[in-house]
Design a protein. Sequence first.
Length: 402
Amino acid sequence: MTDLTTSLIHHAYLPPEGFAAPQPGVFKASTVIFPNVAAMRNFEWKDKSAYTYGLHGTPTTYMLEERLCTLEGGKHCVLAPSGLAAIALTALSLLKSGDEVLIPDNAYGPSKVLAAGELKAFGISHSFYDAMNPEDLAAKISTHTKLVWLEAAGSVTLEFPDLCEMVRICKARDVTAALDNTWGAGLAFSPFDLMPGADSPLGVDVSVHALTKYPSGGGDVLMGSVITRSDSLAMKFKLTHMRLGLGVGANDAEAVLRSLPSMALRYRAHDETTRALATWSQTRREFTQVLHPSLPGSPGHENWKSLCKSGAGGAAGLFSVMVDARFSRDRVDAFCDALKLFKIGYSWGGPMSLVVPYDLAQMRGTRPQHLHEGTLVRFSIGLEVAADLQADLEHALAGALS
Ligand SMILES: *Cc1c(COP(=O)(O)O)cnc(C)c1O
């Protein structure tokens, strides 16, 4: 007779098979148990034919990866513990000392900081290109360029680039094109098939997604994904992922699996409310410019229209305003502080609306011509009712910017 302590660990009971429920079960493991030593030696995780160690995948992470491939139209997916970790994983998988990476001037800030920090220290150089000028990208690609980042729309300033043209340039020059697809989320357009219906698919090589935003949808999970259709790129990502040990927690993976079924509906709700508030913001004389790709006149609107207008015409849940330069930075801060429903905080994609004032001078070397003078304020629209958010904005404007 084994001791009770041992029996509670090596218990003989197995629940009957065939349990089914709307949500998949959560499998948590560092150790994975093999049936025998031969299996331990032979099992392969890289093609997902088996399990070997928690870090290399579990039924929970494999399932999330496959669903994300479906969402974005990819073939292989690797999960990372944050969106930024997914960006770093992409760079570290594809770049080595002596290589160069090109980054759009309106890219997600921490991506630029990574290039100036670790990548530079590893002997990988970087250069910024004008996201709104494909010719500038073409001119900057050199024999050292091994990776081009793309972002649509750009972070904070939300210019919408000519994605198709930039992907064509990368293909013609044989440089890997990686898109930060957090904004489009696999819903506004298809990153691997930018012109559905065309004879041959035109698409990015890699799509990186901060699952922290819409796929999580709760403002409570950090996670990222790297997706590709290429078998050879996927193998690089898997091996670097393994060597860096970038595992994700099963409970976090489950939270994203739980939120995915409602993602398209949430995205549409964010989108509708955002457009209503952005359109209303255009009528306010405190704001000299409203940045939102679906608004005619917003930088890159025509590009957005030709890429995203088929189908539902997604435009996500972000818009920014330029507050008239006659209001000091302090007054703009006071406006943000006066908002009650909009909370002050980074990130987006959750139920709660958020606001952040940005210092453009810190974010861009030179102020782009298409951006008006003044202080930029970015709104991330949650799932509240538009009229309530508008009333909150009206109240704060009257109190702080009158
Ligand atoms: C938030 C965000 C990221 C990073 O995601 P984290 O999970 O916060 O690290 C990357 N790119 C874009 C465009 C983002 O908005």
